[in-house]
Ligand binder design. Structure first.
Ligand SMILES: [Zn+2]
Ligand SMILES: [Zn+2]
Length: 174
């Protein structure tokens, strides 16, 4: 649990510090959920729907990164729909770009042709990264304009958001 960052499987918040993790009934730290979502072995808001959760998370994101609220909420819903609480199972995210590996065709391939359990098909094929020399800074430059266009946000804010997000992914944690 101390080996880096986990994503809360309810709200999508990255968790690294101990106090960010929720707690089980016996006081142990939850492996899956953050302290805002889960305490003493139960969800703090057991009846919340994915739409309500997306509204809260999207609302914060809209403020933080100057995104039109309805776009931020739709984006948040899409992101959290891959989490265990909403999908019914934990879906692995590409450790390079964060794309959910929901279906076999989303996964990259190892040298022997088997599917990668860590990386997506856009990042990793035949056992290697498609862009092995890509740095975190270049990745930000590459992803931020798409993000800015999709979400209708200023490019500078998109860079900030992508940078923040990449720092939660194993490939860039360094
Ligand atoms: Zn949470
Ligand atoms: Zn990827």
């Amino acid at each position: 649990m101390t080996d880096g960052i986990r994503t809360c499987q309810s709200c999508g918040m990255p968790m690294s510090a101990k106090e960010q993790f929720g707690t089980e009934a016996d006081g142990a730290l939850s492996k899956d959920y953050c302290t805002y979502c889960y305490r003493d072995g139960a969800f703090t808001a057991p009846g919340i729907t994915i739409d309500e959760m997306a509204k809260i998370g999207g609302g914060m994101m809209a403020q933080m990164y100057a995104i039109p609220p309805e776009k931020a909420i739709a984006f948040t819903k899409e992101q959290i729909s891959c989490l265990k609480r909403w999908a019914g199972r934990e879906i692995a995210l590409c450790e390079s770009c964060g794309m959910p590996l929901a279906r076999d065709e989303d996964a990259g391939t190892e040298a022997d042709g088997s599917l990668s359990v860590k990386y997506c098909t856009y990042c990793y094929r035949d056992g290697g990264f498609i862009e092995p020399e890509l740095t975190r800074e270049q990745a930000i430059e590459q992803y931020a304009p798409m993000m800015a266009a999709n979400l209708g946000m200023p490019l500078e804010k998109a860079k900030e958001m992508v940078g923040q997000y990449l720092s939660t992914l194993p490939r860039w944690r360094g």
